[in-house]
Design a protein around this ligand. Structure first.
Ligand code: NDP
Length: 421
């Protein structure tokens, strides 16, 4: 979390390893995506195999992938512009204004689902996405590079008040990575908000469906493991888009500039690494017992329940603390005038929403069995991400709430997992 203490227009605080991290990450992470995809489709699927299973260069490029990615962005942009759903206002900006955002991501998801059903009905080979995974990832990575370059260049024409706090150090590589402009727009089209939940998240669902169809091509019907992975992840994405308005108060929209970090994360990292389980199952089929499946469904259900209830409780409390669903909860006052919940979900641990998210992440990997570490990539990466994010948030809250935050920490001593962490 960035500090607000900057007196000049240049920010001084550096995150993600500063200029060194910002130079290495844009090289290292795209290579990681390609490496994980290559390992995932190899018979051994071992991250330890040496030399790594590099695909022939001919398999890295396919013009069909470029056409699909271009068509995908055109379709999602068109759906974004459709005048359906409500329009919501973001938080107040530095100049006192508030931007308007269309809340129609859920419509975009279901219109896409209808279009996909038509494609399947017409007999289009959706399973071919399996063969195209590497070229598709290369195109998505290229789009995120080109978009970040465009964002970096155009930011020099943006007014000072429209710049983010973190991405304006004057170091071109660091600023390219963190993003200089806070809310870059072309007319009313908000580029960061559009990328945050639509092309990547909905694209991830299309890829999952493609893997399921590939399994059907190979074996005649989808496996229980594949159905579970598809269903769990669809539930997660549907929930995110159903609650799209909540994204307007997140760190990504409110604090972070739009640069390579978010563009690459939204457009390449999420769709091509979060769904590795489905791709793994195509090449490494797993048989799942009914009892095992019931246990995994329960785990996902519990995770989803904790995740949704705790996020909704805090959102409701922040929107209207007198609402009957939260008015009875115990709170402590802070010097800022805002109160902190110390009972209910937020009295259980300090980040119950992260706990729920992690339980779900585990449930997405378990259908892939325990013979390989690769399908557990998401849960391992996500644990590291959330521990780091929790620490950033904790620093931010301590700076904001001071003594009241320390009192909260004494009352609720565990961060994410009760009695463990
Ligand atoms: P959170 O929803 O956890 O919000 C943290 C903020 O909540 C704090 O800064 C503080 O803000 C407020 N808060 C903290 N404690 C209390 C309390 N006791 N009472 C009242 N308010 C409190 O932020 P995130 O954006 O990190 O997470 C949102 C969701 O997104 C989570 O479920 C997370 O798991 C998920 N997520 C998923 C990712 C993915 O890749 N799948 C990546 C990142 C997040 P304030 O006081 O200013 O209101």
């Amino acid at each position: 979390m960035k500090s607000n203490k900057h007196k000049s227009s240049h920010s001084t605080e550096r995150e993600f390893g500063g200029a060194f991290g910002a130079t290495c990450i844009p090289v290292f992470l795209p290579l990681t995506v390609l490496y994980l995809l290559s390992v995932c489709r190899s018979p051994a699927a071992s991250v330890l195999q040496w030399p790594p299973p590099l695909p022939p260069t001919a398999q890295l490029w396919d013009p069909v992938a470029a056409v699909l990615i271009a068509g995908w962005f055109a379709l999602q942009s068109f759906l974004y512009l459709l005048p359906v759903g409500k329009v919501s206002e973001g938080l107040v900006l530095k100049d006192g204004s508030r931007l308007k955002y269309p809340i129609n991501g859920f419509h975009a998801l279901w219109i896409t689902a209808v279009l996909l059903s038509v494609c399947l009905w017409l007999g289009m080979p959706l399973g071919y996405l399996f063969e195209l995974m590497l070229p598709l990832a290369i195109c998505a990575i290229s789009v995120s590079y080109l978009l970040s370059l465009y964002l970096y260049i155009r930011s020099f024409w943006a007014p000072k008040h429209a710049l983010s706090l973190g991405g304006n150090t004057g170091n071109p590589l660091y600023d390219f990575f963190m993003g200089r402009e806070l809310n870059p727009r072309i007319g009313n089209f908000d580029l960061k908000y559009f990328c945050e939940l639509r092309p990547g998240l909905i694209g991830w669902m299309v890829i999952n469906l493609g893997m399921l169809m590939k399994e059907v091509e190979l074996g005649g019907s989808p496996s229980l493991a594949m159905l579970l992975v598809n269903f769990f992840q669809l539930l997660y994405v549907t929930d995110a888009l159903w609650n799209e308005e909540a994204v307007l108060t997140t760190m990504d929209i409110v604090h972070d500039g739009f640069g390579f970090m978010l563009a690459f994360g939204d457009l390449a990292w999420v769709p091509f690494t979060y769904g590795l389980q489905a791709m793994f199952l195509v090449v490494h089929p797993q048989s799942l017992s009914t009892l095992g499946a019931v246990g995994i469904i329960l785990l996902n259900g519990i995770g989803f329940y904790i995740f949704r209830r705790s996020n909704s409780q805090k959102n409701q409390f922040r929107r209207d603390p007198t609402h009957k669903s939260v008015a009875h909860l115990e709170t402590i006052a802070t010097a800022t005038g805002k109160r902190l919940l110390v009972s209910g979900w937020w009295g259980f641990v300090r980040h119950p929403n992260y706990l729920g998210d992690l339980l779900m992440a585990l449930a997405w990997s378990l259908p892939c069995g325990t013979s390989h570490i690769l399908p557990y990539f998401y849960v391992i990466y996500f644990t590291i991400l959330l521990i780091h994010r929790e620490a950033r948030d904790e620093n931010h809250c301590r700076a904001k709430y001071g003594l009241a935050w320390d009192t909260y920490c004494k009352r609720v001593p565990y961060r994410i997992i009760p009695y463990i962490y």
